[in-house]
Design a protein around this ligand. Structure first.
Ligand code: SF4
Length: 512
């Protein structure tokens, strides 16, 4: 659907935005609180001050709400969503709920959704279809939709029209309101819709239940102000808000003391970290320089934006130690013209210069990337520039995508004029270059000894353990189960298409 169709369909939806269950007219709700994506409005938001809160608490009357009840959360999309799920789980636990991994035994089911691509949204609507009979069977079951999709007006309207059995819809800025939202859903039995389009402030003391105890994610900032023309994130996640360094350092220290082996610093555009501090010049390089002194074996970060990747960060990363030299650096296209249409704010030449600097400072650095093919107006020559850039940089691997418009973004107003067969053919050609170079890079590992953080049994064979190298290569090897959670040395015996097979040489780092 393009922007024009979206606006037309909104008029139809406005006439039918009544929650059949409650009789409430939610079109009025959106008139009051929802702002559709607007570049003009969003540009002003950078000037608004961020407030930091440390006052999250469960109201006394809601404590024990979950006694005897279980929750189930299904997470879609990126690590940011995984991280939000950890917070949601933490709040559920404080309310007295217990986790369950089966929908059948759950009293509350939450779908923490992703809006980045159309097929991610289709999956959520498919899942809602599957949940309908469960709700019919057990009317007391609460079903909620949260995450990025809930920030989209069209999605909320579709749920209101076609999925009346959903009990709660809440947005990415309303996570801390889960206790009140659940309470309202239990009391009123009406669909509870709470989507704040104003980006939230930073709330520091939210509870969290982390998945596993080997690798931990630490949010360093929220939101994005880059406004790439194809991307919905600046609208669903709000403006850039950095956490204060002392809070992050304390969290990483705490994880180190608990025996975590690897930390990934998270943000939609981590290189913009600190730009919003009004009182100091402090960026990702400064933060990494402090974190490298903490006794934790591995620290990574994601996702980078080439435009904000500065020389000081390269200088700090080159110090090595626990700062890993695997950098995910999305390029999206190898053509400066296409990059301009995407509003990526760098050119092919700028990107290649950045890669040169990184490789000069860190000769063993591995780079991975994201690429979109078939962006509006992309010519064959421009696509070939992407292929040639890929060969020049020799990325270790890439996430490759066919362009599809996201409603409400500036690119959705451009004509989506590359036929699907052409997009598919370009994707295929790109993937064959990606595979060829990945295979070559993996082959170079044969006979070498690598350090592997062992995460557990391999998915396909419980006799085999699996873990990742510092450059995120998956290694399968036989070793005693006691190696799980440790960093061990493994000799690579065979490179497969996507993974390495090895033999353990020795254990190197004890779990604390
Ligand atoms: S930098 Fe990333 S998250 Fe931000 S708008 Fe661009 S693609 Fe989206």
């Amino acid at each position: 659907m393009n922007e024009k169709q979206r606006l037309e369909s909104q008029q139809v939806q406005a006439q039918d935005s009544t929650d059949k269950k409650s009789g409430k007219d939610y079109s009025k709700y959106f008139e009051a609180v929802y702002m559709p994506p607007s570049l003009k409005e969003a540009k002003k938001r950078g000037k608004e001050e961020v407030a930091y809160h440390n006052d999250f608490g469960i109201p006394e009357e809601l404590l024990g709400m979950g006694k005897g009840r279980k929750f189930y959360i299904r997470t879609y999309g990126c690590q940011m969503n995984e991280h939000d799920t950890e917070v949601l789980a933490g709040i559920f636990m404080q309310l007295g709920f217990e986790p369950t991994d089966s929908k059948e035994t759950a009293d509350v089911i939450l779908l923490n959704t992703c809006a980045i691509r159309e097929n991610a949204e289709d999956k959520v609507f498919g899942e809602l279809g599957h949940l309908k009979p469960l709700k019919k069977e057990r009317p007391d079951l609460l079903i909620g939709v949260c995450g990025c999709m809930s920030q989209e007006e069209s999605v909320v309207n579709r749920i209101l029209q076609k999925h009346h059995f959903v009990d709660m819809i809440f947005g990415t800025h309303n996570i801390h309101r889960l206790p009140q939202i659940l309470n309202e859903a239990y009391l009123s039995k009406e669909m509870v819709v709470e989507v704040w389009s104003k980006e939230g402030d930073v709330i520091e003391n939210l509870p969290r239940v982390r998945k596993g105890n080997i690798k931990g994610w630490v949010n360093i900032m929220y939101g994005c102000d880059k406004f790439c023309t194809y991307c919905i994130v600046p609208y669903t996640r709000g403006k850039e808000r950095s956490r204060r360094p002392e809070e992050i350092i304390q969290e990483v220290r705490h994880l180190a003391a608990q025996g975590y082996q690897e930390i990934t610093l998270l943000g939609q555009n981590v290189n913009a970290y600190g730009k919003d501090f009004p009182d100091m010049e402090y960026g990702l390089g400064h933060l990494m320089d402090e974190l490298r002194k903490i006794d934790i074996p591995r620290i990574r970060f994601t996702t980078s934006h080439p435009r904000d990747f500065d020389d000081y960060l390269i200088e700090v990363l080159a110090k090595g130690g626990n700062l890993l030299d695997h950098i995910h650096l999305p390029v999206q296209s190898g053509s400066s013209e296409v990059l301009k249409l995407m509003a990526r704010k760098y050119s092919r030449e700028h990107y290649l210069e950045l890669v040169r600097k990184i490789k000069e400072a860190m000769p063993n650095a591995s780079l991975t990337t994201d690429i979109i093919v078939g962006f509006p107006n992309e010519t064959e020559e421009q696509f070939e520039e992407t292929l040639s850039l890929y060969r020049e940089v020799e990325f270790d691997s890439a996430y490759t995508f066919i362009y599809s418009p996201r409603e409400g973004t500036p690119a959705a107003k451009m004509e989506d004029n590359i036929p699907m067969e052409v997009k598919k053919e370009r994707l295929q050609r790109l993937n064959s270059v990606v595979n060829e170079i990945s295979a070559k890079k993996l082959k170079e590992y044969e006979g070498k000894i690598v350090e592997v953080l062992v995460e557990g049994e391999s998915k396909n064979n419980p006799e085999v353990l699996a873990g990742y190298t510092s450059k995120s290569k998956l290694v399968n090897f036989r070793a005693p189960k006691s190696a799980i959670g440790k960093i061990v040395k493994v000799k690579v015996v065979k490179a497969k298409t996507w993974t390495l097979d090895g033999e353990m040489v020795e254990e190197t780092v004890e779990v604390k």
